[in-house]
Design a binder for this molecule. Structure first.
Ligand SMILES: Cc1cc2nc3c(=O)[nH]c(=O)nc-3n(C[C@H](O)[C@H](O)[C@H](O)COP(=O)(O)OP(=O)(O)OC[C@H]3O[C@@H](n4cnc5c(N)ncnc54)[C@H](O)[C@@H]3O)c2cc1C
Length: 374
């Protein structure tokens, strides 16, 4: 697909994963002429390799602005999602209202109890409330009804606002909605160079050149190379996460647990590792066995179910685990974060006024690159 500037765009978004699709959608809905350029990548594809949680309960334990941002994203999700479903006719299997992080053994339970306590204290210090709490083993058993819990399950943290979504379904719907709002999506187009030419940015791509007065770098880990083209270093770290997927079984779990959820088609997703192995995306038997072991320790009844697939993806992380939202050059923004599924409503809603009208909401101020300049 050639991308030559047949008609000029207001904004070019580089990257069409969860970040680019959400930002592009916000821009297109606001009436901007937006184009998304998205290359095909083996490494920068977290948007197609994730777990699908819409999650606030463990986010921002030492970072109140991030905890607040995650919570507001989860609270915005229902409205965000229903508008997209209505526009596109795609059902995204969103479930909100229950989410658990199961604790195996005393030590995990103690550590999680302390963390949740800390999150409550941080919220109270700001005159706010944190929405998750701890459950003991009996309360977890009541929630999972007739399903037998493993001996080591001590309890769980619980949130009454968290949930999950079909992540591929929502991504497809966001892109379709972007197109329906007159956005242009160019699949298989790689940006190789960015040059500022007076008032416009000229992008040299695998399919020709394109110019726009404003650009958004939304390419996940690919943002590191793109930001370098504008003279900025982005401190992003790849972190591998492996998952297992089982065959389809009868419904037994109607809400997600972190690391274990039953999808709409009946298969069970079992995750996920946190491995600092650079840009490697191989799956390994050793890590797969650890994941399966944990799933069995939680629900021993899974022992006879077959694993049919496994994959690994790379998280887009920063040192402090919080997002980067910054204008790195005049009219050039760089956005990158973990948890882009959860944060999609915030990206669609809050980033657009900044790009189009220069109105940056204060909720985004703590996430500039400045914080890394020690
Ligand atoms: C195992 C795992 C589990 C996860 N689970 C969850 C979860 O449950 N909930 C949650 O909220 N988040 C989760 N995440 C995180 C979430 O998947 C990421 O935050 C999100 O996918 C990042 O989206 P992105 O668009 O920034 O990056 P990506 O998904 O990497 O997309 C970037 C896009 O930019 C393109 N690109 C790169 N360079 C260029 C270039 N030069 N030119 C053109 N295009 C380019 C790439 O090809 C790609 O399509 C998980 C991640 C992993 C790995």
């Amino acid at each position: 697909m050639q991308v030559e500037n047949l008609h000029p765009y207001d904004i070019c978004v580089i990257g069409g994963g969860y970040m680019g699709a959400a930002v592009g959608l916000g821009l297109a809905r606001a009436g901007a002429k937006a184009v998304i350029l998205d290359k095909i990548s083996m490494h920068q594809r977290a948007s197609k390799a994730n777990f699908g949680l819409v999650w606030s309960q463990s986010k921002g334990a030492n970072n109140r602005p991030y905890a607040r941002l995650s919570e507001s994203a989860v609270r915005m999700f229902e409205t965000f999602n229903s508008q997209i479903e209505a526009e596109t006719g795609i059902q995204t299997e969103l479930r909100l209202g229950k989410g658990l992080i199961i604790c195996l053994g005393e030590e995990e339970f103690e550590a999680k109890t302390q963390l949740i306590h800390q999150m409550h204290q941080a919220a109270q210090a700001d005159g706010e409330q944190h929405p998750s709490r701890m459950l003991d083993r009996k309360e977890v058993q009541d929630l999972v009804k007739g399903v037998t819990l493993g001996q080591r399950v001590m309890g769980a943290s619980f949130s009454s606002i968290d949930g999950d979504v079909n992540p591929l379904g929502l991504l497809k719907a966001m892109r379709k909605s972007f197109l329906g709002n007159r956005g242009r999506f160019c699949h298989g187009v790689t940006v190789h160079a960015i040059k500022k030419m007076g008032q416009v940015y000229r992008l040299v791509t695998s399919q020709g050149t394109i110019e726009a007065p404003k650009i958004v770098l939304a390419a996940g880990l690919g943002n590191m190379a793109l930001a370098q083209m504008l003279g900025t270093s982005l401190p992003l770290i790849p972190q591998k996460g492996q998952l297992l997927v089982t065959e389809r079984v009868k419904p037994f779990l109607s809400f997600p647990c972190s690391g274990l959820r039953q999808t709409g088609n009946g298969s069970i997703m079992i995750g996920y590792t946190n491995e600092n192995t650079g840009f490697d995306v191989t799956t390994t038997v050793r890590e797969g066995a650890t994941l399966a072991g944990r799933a069995l320790a939680t629900f021993p009844g899974l022992s006879r179910i077959s694993v049919v697939r496994s994959w690994a993806g790379l998280r887009v992380l920063t040192d402090d685990g919080a997002p980067i939202y910054d204008e790195i050059d005049e009219n050039a923004w760089a956005f990158a974060t973990h948890s882009c599924i959860t944060l999609a409503p915030v990206h669609e809603r809050l980033l657009t006024p900044w790009i189009l009208q220069g109105k940056k909401t204060v909720a985004l101020n703590p996430f500039s690159l400045e914080r890394f300049n020690v």
